[in-house]
Design a protein around this ligand. Structure first.
Ligand SMILES: [Zn+2]
Length: 324
């Protein structure tokens, strides 16, 4: 059991399959749980879902990819590997790994709440659980998704009616597509930055229907909702839009000082990660013998121990992208 996985080259390594999980540096054979930048490296050979492979084709040149559809068991070096939906972004997967010694579930990033554009999270029992616990603290209990969506639509409509330009910032892959789906289905006039659209086009090819939107042009913003990448919030062209209201979509919106921290008027807790209660529910439903936490807040390991789980942080110095 102890050896079902190892920490090797600053990464999680499955010796039975000779496979690295979400390694940040190039490896001979690497599993990529989803296409966010902090989970990708140019591995010699990549294992991922077909959806993630489509998105990766924008980010990596001619990758050598073994695609594995959800729920299909595959043999690798005498071990067995199955990819299960993680609910985080389109194509995001957990990996369920079985050897003669036992089973391991590695979650990657997960979201439990229903998504507009990603597959629904799957719960699968296992012996060893390696999970992301980004929001693993009781202060991160997100309001119901519908409530946050209604709040966003209400603010946007109010600002438009007063001639103010609503500017929504989101991470360009995953979160921005959720927001676009919401805004289009509410029949709002949305102008979308190309850094977001390039992923939207792939989502559409994979069957997600957004409806009507246009590409954002810097001087054409009146009477429109702008959907821009969070990285653009300090761009010069925004200074020309004098009457604007800026909103960032992020789980960090639960922190009161989030608007100052991110330099926007409001931060709404519209997250593509599981919140504290959902992480606890996940562990209970998966019911592992051991839990290793990544991206974590130490609170969560302590809380799992209190609940009687064997639990440990995987690394002390995990960095995670704040913009998700
Ligand atoms: Zn992610």
């Amino acid at each position: 059991m102890e050896e079902i996985f190892q920490s090797k080259n600053d990464s999680i390594y499955l010796p039975g399959a000779d496979l690295f999980l979400d390694a940040r540096k190039k490896q001979p054979f690497g599993y990529i749980s989803h296409a966010h930048g902090d989970h990708i490296a140019r591995h010699t050979r990549i294992l991922c879902t077909p959806e993630t492979a489509r998105i990766l084709s924008l980010r990596l040149k001619k990758p050598d990819i073994l695609t594995l559809p959800f729920f299909r068991k595959n043999k690798i070096n005498g071990t067995s590997v199955t990819l299960l939906p993680a609910g985080h972004i389109l194509g995001s997967a957990q990996i369920y790994y079985e050897t003669e010694e036992g089973s391991l579930l590695y979650t990657g990033d997960i979201r439990a709440k229903a998504s507009r554009t990603a597959e629904s999270l799957t719960y699968h029992s296992c012996d060893v659980l390696v999970m992301e616990t980004t929001f693993g603290s009781p202060r991160f209990r997100f309001p119901p998704r519908k409530e946050v969506e209604e709040e966003l639509l209400a603010v946007v409509r109010q600002k438009l009616s007063r001639g103010t330009t609503p500017v929504i910032f989101a991470y360009p892959l995953g979160k921005a597509q959720e927001a676009l789906h919401l805004l289009c289905h509410a029949n709002l006039p949305v102008a979308v930055d190309y850094s977001i659209l390039r992923y939207v086009y792939i989502y559409e090819k994979l069957g997600i229907k957004f409806g009507s939107y246009e590409r954002f042009k810097h001087n054409d913003y009146r009477d429109k909702v702008l959907l821009l990448p969070i990285m653009a919030r300090k761009n010069k062209y925004l200074e020309h839009i004098v009457d604007k209201y800026t909103i960032f979509l992020s789980g960090w919106g639960m922190d009161n000082n989030a608007p100052q921290r991110f330099g926007v008027d409001a931060v709404l807790p519209y997250s593509d990660h599981a919140d504290f209660d959902e992480l606890l529910t996940f562990v209970d439903r998966v019911h592992p013998k051991r839990v290793y936490c990544t991206h974590g807040i130490d609170d969560f390991v302590a809380i799992l121990k209190e609940k009687g789980y064997w639990s440990k942080p995987l690394t002390e110095s995990d960095q995670h992208n704040l913009f998700y």
